[in-house]
Write a protein that binds this ligand. Sequence first.
Ligand SMILES: Nc1nc2c(ncn2[C@@H]2O[C@H](COP(=O)(O)OP(=O)(O)OP(=O)(O)O)[C@@H](O)[C@H]2O)c(=O)[nH]1
Length: 391
Amino acid sequence: MKKEIPVTVLSGYLGAGKTSVLNHLLHNKQGHKIAVVVNDMSEINIDSAMVKQGGLVRSDEKLVELQNGCICCTLREDLIVELEQLSQLDLDYVLIESTGISEPIPVAQTFTYEADELDIDLRKHYKLDTMVTVVNAEQFWSDYYSGENLLERKQEAVPDDEREVSDLLIDQIEFANVILVNKIDLIPNEDLEKLKAALATFNPSARIIPIEHGKVDPDDVLNTSLFDFEDVSSSAGWIKELNEEHVPETEEYGISSFVYRSSKPFHPERFFKWLEQWPEEVVRSKGFFWLASRNDTIGLLSQAGKSLNVQGAGNWISTFSEAEQEELLAEDLQAKESWHPEFGDRKTELVFIGIKLNPATLINTLDKCLLTDEEIKEDWTLIPDPFPSFV
Ligand SMILES: Nc1nc2c(ncn2[C@@H]2O[C@H](COP(=O)(O)OP(=O)(O)OP(=O)(O)O)[C@@H](O)[C@H]2O)c(=O)[nH]1
């Protein structure tokens, strides 16, 4: 049987050091045959030019340039076709460097299902092996708190891309098996320790490796067998907290996380005001909330740095017919166990990750946003709701 070729995907924000890592790996490949797929959206493909200049495209290597746009949004058709062709070569590894603004999840998905429209199933030839994210140790916090969206930075993957830099950074970190903290020569040791502690709280499952100039041990990122779609999809610190796998606090640096839970709905005006006065010690927050004025819809909150998004995440199970509820609850034991006699699965569960958090104050101020016992008896549809519409 033909072996499946292990694939490593390199993500990381612009300038983090992805090309440096790539070059280092190609210089230290210990006789292995590696194919490199780079994807650059700029007119001049700087990364591939660098790789070529380094004399790295030799007979046993293949460099594929994808220039029809970003892997994450053009259905990755180019990528799928190229990978299918590459699979004919006798390769040991494939390395994919995605552009600095790609989300890693769609790239990973390329390997996890058949591309029906192309009649290609990459799973026959490849196994997605390691998701690697390169973090710029020097720039991380200033990028994270820049409060700029990708449009302002003129780095949009699609026209009108309104994702913020921090949303992208957090996606790349939360969906990684290995986080390479690069450029450690540019920061003091204490800052590095703090950054490592924060990254470990954002993603407790990832291996965090500090490096300089992309010099990573190839064994740390090639053929590690670390990737598992289910595992990595639930490796984020906020998901672990929600599932009550508490992430140990890194007291030394004051980084901690906790979950706010309530089985009463929020008063929309009071909760909206609370969000407007966001506690600055919270660096990452995500979870579900119940808004009295939108009794059917699950609210989803996600904050990363200065970026705060609320959106709908489908309907509460309680809104379905009894037969449907039974089916859904059979698959969702957590919802079944915590079912409220009157409100069903409606509830709020918000995870907060922050530096020097004061849970008591957060709990206290959020509790004040809940409907009072008096308000609970009134007609909730009449309560003014300042939130933008979401379904
Ligand atoms: N001081 C220092 N500079 C570094 C280090 N790693 C990379 N650099 C420099 O940082 C710049 C960006 O590095 P690249 O490897 O090109 O980063 P990239 O992530 O591929 O960048 P994009 O392709 O723009 O997304 C280059 O000028 C590197 O020489 C490091 O550890 N320390």
